[in-house]
Unconditional design. Sequence first.
Length: 163
Amino acid sequence: MKKVFRIIDRTLAFVEEWSLFLAVMVALCTAMANVLLRKFTADINLYWSDEVVRKVIYFTTYIGCVAAVRSRALIRIDAIPQLFPVTKRFLTLVSHLVVLVFCGLMIHLGGQMTWLIYQDEYARTTSLQMPEWILYAVLPLMGVMMFVRTLLVMVEDWRGERF
């Protein structure tokens, strides 16, 4: 069982880290190329670079939530467990359950939004003319990844050991 959890954890970590790295590198390179072209030439401008940077920020925000669950860096109120240590286990469980509900909403509503945008053949990004549903698909994907990651963290908390 521990081996299966470790494989799932490493697979999710690989997907999170490399997708975030590649997305940020794409945004950085396009923004840098656009700045350099604007400074050194008068005629050449990458009109689509701003849109790429906006879409990467959107992507990294949602996939970064999954990474935040892994590193236990989600925002939560921790004053009560510090004042009353006996409540820490219960409040951590409540926090995890709220995250699971959020994940369920992201899967359900994000999936519905993705499906609606997929059915609209004219829903394309402004500059890149790429189908919008690809960007909306990040929502249910993030929901599933975050759900699995939260379950892993809950098992770790329950057992008292890290995978």
